[in-house]
Design a protein around this ligand. Structure first.
Ligand code: ATP
Length: 363
């Protein structure tokens, strides 16, 4: 007997969003399996918040559809738009407006009251989410009597109280200090495991994205460049955009031209021409860890101009420029160079990836 297909928690089909003449999202299709923690990353203005707002029901799509658990909640063509309250989705913003005249318990119980839960069920649920967020002791305090980090926990507890199947987060940790962010990051992951709610999370923070996500969607100009588990994106970027957007520091992309049996960059033969699969010009991708500084007689060496060096997790990140090209290397010790000095960047091993000039991966 054929097994029933597992329904996607979120299915986005040919979604388009235009603001007047400007199209922020041209045509976006994405399926999110139940229980995923999807993180949306991408440069400023790529459409992350626009997508999240449409998922939350705060904005309507121009075209295309959004379905939650197989049920259409937004449709640009038929005009179906489920009210944010009917979506069984909860939204957590970076600024959390708690009711100042209500206690912590009152704030958390409010959406349950609105949804018609009886008093006993409300009390039970308030106790549960207070426990889940580790804030039971704050139950009878007012928002003005608790810290910013605690207020954020109350806001999250309030969102979780009605048991939404889908949780949407718009940079919820960006107002917190560095230590609190790390703490809340693991808290949110624990909450995700405990509730099983499918989550969509927008962030600018790559560490947040890579540690929290089951899946990452890298967005660029309203399109999804690549969607997959974070390790897959780091290890096998599908486009030059993803290769250079993810990772700290970003890897090095060198344009190389076929000359006889070799792919040559700035007069230096780097790799066998066969890697180009018949193309005359390709982009070779070398990770920062594949580069050492200083002379290396048996390896291809690029001459560059030293820019800066900074400590990084026990190693040293060195950046240099060669014309318009910016190069990064992770090395063992600080180079003996001042900004503007010539420095050798030696490449080791085969390129980590080969991309066509149009940006897509060919090897
Ligand atoms: P950031 O990381 O800076 O928050 P983002 O990826 O969330 O950016 P969006 O806020 O979704 O980007 O914006 C996507 C594009 O749509 C941008 O070019 C933005 O200027 C445009 N845009 C967003 N909202 C509107 C609006 N209400 N009217 C007109 N243009 C808008």
């Amino acid at each position: 007997m054929a097994q029933a297909a597992i329904q996607d928690a979120i299915r986005i089909t040919h979604l388009e969003k235009a603001f007047g003449k400007f199209t922020a999202i041209p045509d976006l299709t994405l399926a999110v399996p139940p229980g995923s923690f999807l993180v949306l990353v991408g440069p400023s203005g790529c459409g992350k918040s626009t997508l999240l707002r449409m998922l939350a029901g705060l904005d309507e799509p121009t075209r295309g559809e959004i379905a939650f658990m197989g049920k259409t909640v937004s449709s640009g063509s038929s005009g179906v738009v489920a009210d944010p309250k009917e979506r069984n989705a909860g939204l957590v913003f970076q600024s959390y407006a708690l009711w100042p005249h209500m206690t912590v318990a009152g704030n958390i119980g409010w959406p349950l009251k609105v949804a018609g839960w009886d008093k006993a069920a409300r009390e039970e649920r308030i106790g549960e989410v207070l426990g889940l967020l580790g804030i039971s002791a704050l139950r009878d305090r007012y928002p003005a009597e608790i810290s910013g980090g605690q207020q954020q926990r109350v806001a999250i507890a309030r969102t979780l109280a009605p048991k939404p199947a889908i949780l949407l987060f718009d940079e919820p940790l960006s107002n917190l200090d560095a230590k609190l962010r790390i703490e809340m990051r693991s808290e949110l992951m624990r909450i995700h495991r405990a509730t099983g709610a499918t989550s969509v999370y927008v962030t600018h923070d790559q560490v947040e994205a890579m540690t929290m996500a089951t899946n990452v969607a890298v967005m660029n100009q309203g399109r999804v460049e690549q969607f997959g588990p974070p390790r897959e994106l780091l290890e096998r970027p599908a486009t030059t955009f993803v290769a250079t957007f993810l990772g700290t520091p970003p890897g090095n992309l060198l344009v190389a031209t076929r000359q006889g049996d070799w792919l040559v960059h700035a007069g230096v033969p780097l790799a066998p021409a066969a890697l180009a699969q018949g193309r005359d010009e390709v982009q070779l991708f070398y990770r920062a860890e594949q580069i050492t500084t200083g002379k290396a007689p048996d390896r291809p060496v690029l001459m560059a101009e030293f820019s800066e060096a900074a400590p990084m997790a026990g190693k040293v990140m060195v950046t240099a420029s060669a014309g318009a090209l910016r190069l990064s290397a992770i090395v063992d010790s600080f180079p003996d160079a001042r900004p503007g000095d010539p420095i050798e960047f030696a490449l080791s091993g085969a390129p980590d990836a080969v991309f066509a000039m149009t940006g897509e991966r060919i090897d």
